[in-house]
Design a protein around this ligand. Sequence first.
Ligand code: NDP
Length: 684
Amino acid sequence: MTNDPRRLQSYIEGAWRKGNGEGRPVLDAATGAVHALIGAEGLDMAAALDWGRAVGGPALRRYTTHERAMMLKAVGQKLMEQKADFHAESLHTGATPRDALPDIEGGIGTLLTFASKARKELPNARVIPEGPVEVLSKDGSFVGQHVLTPMLGVAVHINAFNFPVWGMLEKIAPALIAGMPCLVKPASGTAYLTELVVRRILDMGILPEGALQVLCGSVGDLLDHVTEQDVVTFTGSAATGRKLRSHPAIVQNSVRFTMEADSLNASILAPDAGPGTAEFDLFVREVFREMTTKAGQKCTAIRRILVPSDHEQAVIEALSAQLAKAVPGLPGDEATRMGALASLDDRASVREKVARIAQEAEIVFGDPSTVTTSSGDPEAGAFMNPVLLRCASPLTARAPHDIEAFGPVATVMGYEGVDQAMALAMKGRGSLVSSVFTNDEGFASDLTLGLAPQHGRVLIGNRDSARSSTGHGAPLAPLIHGGPGRAGGGEEMGGMRGVKHFMARTAVQGTPRMLSAVMGRWVPGAPTQSGEHPFRKSLETLRIGDQLVTERREITREDVEHFAHFTGDTFYAHMDEAAAKANPFFDDRVAHGYLIASFAAGLFVQPDPGPVLANYGVDDMRFLTPVYFGDSLQVQLTCKEITPREGSVYGEVRWDCRVSNQNDKVVAQYDVLTMVAKTWPLEA
Ligand code: NDP
């Protein structure tokens, strides 16, 4: 084993490249030893962006959303096999193996979740329709539709030091699914771990050339070269974020810029959750966890502890008892309860910020100036014991609401009543997350709705979710991560919303035929073709616009009564003439909507074994016109969207289904969802 520091490289323009010179030392957080050397001086940033745009973008855009998602799934699975290597490298960041779980497994899991959701929720296409087709003329000959297409530039991700793996993967996953190449710029302090993961990804050879670049070192003049089709995302301090947001190239080119900055997240104990309740214990456990996980260096960590004044002392005592056990130590040491901060500079910064908060609050636990460790050198390593403060006048104090000490530090503040709790939480002026611990629905509802406009996420904790809750501090792939105001005003993840951040939204107007052609999706009013029953066609021969117009079927009183007694649905509108007539919507007894849908299936189905393998649901079912006894129904079934499933023998087909009466009025309308074989007979 060699202890020589590794010279980090950047993968840009299709090759691993060193910047000029020896590189700056990057220290191991817990030992202070030089672990890596970093520097990107002399690398051609403009060329890196050009290469992403010219090589990576076109290569990615040749694939469909599902094909790109399948690549990410393969990448994620292979990364998971190598997680032990990432954990080993992660120890140098100061994070314990437990701290590293959300970064490494959490990051890979986020990638896999995006890959899976994309295949379930997005069409397997190069263009994504958004929302319904808007009919813009009386005769339906002019329509409009929002469409999403990949941006043509590079997604530049400038990341923070505290999540070197997750921070990269949660951003590249949606961008790559959208079809945008990425250039990742990890924070210098922990870039060695990001660089390792990127090396492993590129070695897999799964992503097309140009899809992923990494820049280890300072950004140099990178941002001078961003153009209108690039997207820049930033995670880090509000001060840097503000500087980047107002960078001339970003402003002049209206570059899409997303910022996720520090925030003073609050956790609120409700009045009903006093000592002795399950919620009190959960609250103390959660605050303790948030203060000590990653030594408090999480953007979602709890910084402000808002408690009813009556319970303030009890909370301080319970928390202090827990914090006393959180003695920092070497991250690889099994006995270690809390790891190190990421750097000695961070410790100096946290101490300085604690001193400023302490001008308006008293320290009730811990001493920021002395360090006690369970292992490791207290001075050479960036260790810091937890510090708990209490602010006696939180409504007038500024520092506890303004100053984020990015370490194991939080301030307890007492409140009286829900309005004051809300007012204090709002003093954070925009946060990533707040949590409320209560078993009282009224308090939970009042507080959550009050907090919502200032928060990206609000977690309500109580006894019923004690074991299942993912916790205050965990951003999740399906939910948005970001927050207004102080938190940067950005939004990341949120399931497929996150993908759309890397796509352009365009309103396309024209005839239904033109819109169908643009989207590869049938639009009502576009041409159709009939012939062989479409249920006899596999995906090899089925085409958008293939249509079946069925025979007619009359609905009789006997049908309705039979259906009512058979199913048990004897609702009065179907069974009782006087009551039906008294109903403002009906002139007489009406057929059940589900009877109409059932008869429709009877009309359009082709019963023999064939390429249609299963019906897995209907979307957007609407009953538009009452159906009376004697009405006759006819179905128009049109192939609307074909989504071949990657790596499978079938795909999903969406059918536009319109049921109309003898007067050509549509009585029911919905999408029928089926699974259809790619070939028929099925290939073994
Ligand atoms: P910075 O804002 O300094 O750095 C964040 C990222 O921006 C890093 O990749 C950094 O690169 C890069 N960067 C710094 N200066 C520039 C610049 N002028 N142009 C372009 N890129 C730049 O944050 P830190 O990592 O130093 O952390 C400081 C504070 O940020 C913390 O104390 C905390 O308050 C907050 N923070 C918030 C996080 C969050 O998730 N919201 C996460 C981490 C920190 P390089 O490292 O090479 O300088």
